[in-house]
Write a protein that binds this ligand. Structure first.
Ligand code: PLP
Length: 425
């Protein structure tokens, strides 16, 4: 483990990794029994973990904020059992398309927010048809115009509830979302006297928040904007939705190729060797997130607007609730095995840059050994990892990658191999 002692991204400490791995080995009999019954490869969704996560996150924010609401971002894991469990836990759902809205309605979600750019007229119409349960988070002036045309009948009561999404970064690709804060007066002029559309709040979202810095900077800017807005505008605001992007407390675990130095080498078109070391970008615990966000919102927002604060967590909630299981099919060398699952199951080449431990449940041990663990797809980018935890590895062994609930299952693709079945426990 002495390779790449480079500045930049710190190592993932052994005393963090080992207890993490041990926790899943301790439950191996449960997992082995599920795979015995349902076959390999297999996804296992642990609804108890989802409920715990929902409780943990909402309690962290509720400790500080007087009024809150939580919406699970369905795109992070679109399995219906995930959303159903969160609805049971008192969460609303954050949907971003007609397909997701249809799922949320079928799950009897009572509180739905529909955000995202480029909503079609059909999608807007679906939201209007279910306006008792849906708040439309508008993305542009053009969208407001199309909505107006769709609700123009004089007897369209009650009105549709809308919010407006704000652009957090006017540069680069994130500018596709929302309108600029300085456009709020123009937006207010267009929305304030509409009989069938009721303006209720603001939304913004930034992702990959290992720390609250991006959110804090925007909250300060938003406070300056609200200070200048007409009192009637601020009185209409019932919610400010500050989005999701919270990062699980364990931090971001990386292969060398995903570290600052590895990314630099890749940008230079160098062949980046993987090595066996693991790295971690640390993240802020959710309790500290809540405390810091509250302090800033209390100082910069609450003097102008007294409203509920909404959250749209995806990754933080579902990441640790779903695990992937697969079996060694072929051992081609002492340090190279092929498995019955391919990375089409997770939809992207995640483990070329991200690290997650691979546990050999059939020969469990807390020692980590080098071995290329590769999928069965006809592409060399079909990588699970370069090490495993176990005594040895042989064909027939059941392997597990824990905590694959976020941005994997929903990204799975029908590429070469079928998708694994999902079992919920
Ligand atoms: C994707 C998304 C989220 C969830 O982001 P996470 O990083 O999974 O927490 C929340 N809100 C919006 C608008 C999104 O697009």
């Amino acid at each position: 483990m002495s390779d790449h002692p480079l500045p930049g991204t710190p190592f993932l400490p052994r005393d963090v990794l080992e207890p993490f791995v041990r926790g899943y080995f301790d439950r191996k009999h449960t997992y082995q029994a599920m795979v015995q019954n349902h076959g390999s490869p297999l996804w296992i969704l642990e609804s108890a973990t989802l409920k715990q996560n929902a409780k943990h996150l909402s309690e962290a924010f509720n400790r500080f904020f007087p009024g809150t609401a939580f919406y699970f971002a369905m795109k992070s894991n679109n399995h219906p059992d995930v959303s159903a469990t969160l609805v049971e836990s008192g969460f609303g759902l954050d949907v971003s398309s007609g397909v997701e809205l249809t799922s949320a309605l079928a799950l009897n979600a009572r509180d739905i927010i529909f955000s995202g750019p480029g909503k079609t007229n059909e999608e807007l119409a679906l939201a209007i048809a279910h306006k008792d349960r849906t708040t439309l988070l508008l993305d542009s002036f053009g969208e407001l115009e199309r909505l107006k045309a769709l609700v123009s009948e004089p007897d369209a009561t009650p009105p549709v509830r809308v919010g407006i999404r704000l652009t957090t970064n006017p540069n680069g690709l994130w500018r596709k979302f929302g309108i600029l804060p300085e456009q709020l007066p123009a937006f207010w002029n267009q929305v304030k006297n509409l009989p069938n559309i009721q303006f209720k709040g603001l939304q913004f979202h930034s992702s990959w928040n290992l720390t609250p810095d991006r959110q804090l900077a925007f909250i300060v800017l938003l406070g300056k904007t609200l200070k200048k807005m007409p009192a009637r505008f601020n009185q209409c605001i019932e919610f400010i939705d500050i989005g999701g992007g919270y990062w699980p407390e364990e931090g971001e675990w990386l292969q060398f190729a995903g570290t600052d130095e590895g990314l630099r080498q890749r940008a230079d078109n160098k062949d980046v060797l993987h090595g066996n070391a693991h790295y971690r970008r640390p993240s802020t615990p959710i309790e500290l997130f809540a405390q810091i966000l509250f302090k800033t919102i209390n100082t910069h927002i609450f003097p102008w607007v007294n409203c509920r604060i909404c959250f749209e967590p995806g990754r933080w909630i579902c990441h640790s609730a779903m695990h992937l299981f697969f079996t060694v099919i072929d051992k081609k060398n002492h340090d190279l095995v092929i498995t019955d699952a391919g990375t089409n199951a997770i939809g992207w080449e995640r483990f070329e840059t991200d690290y997650f431990p691979i546990l050999n449940l059939s020969q469990s041990a807390l020692t980590e050994k080098p071995c290329d663990i590769l999928g069965a797809l006809c592409t060399p980018h079909d990588v699970w990892g370069y090490t495993y935890f176990g005594k040895d590895i042989t064909p027939g062994d059941l392997l597990m990658i824990p905590c694959q609930g976020a941005y994997t299952y929903s990204l799975g693709q029908h590429f070469i191999k079928p998708l694994p079945e999902v079992v919920t426990i």
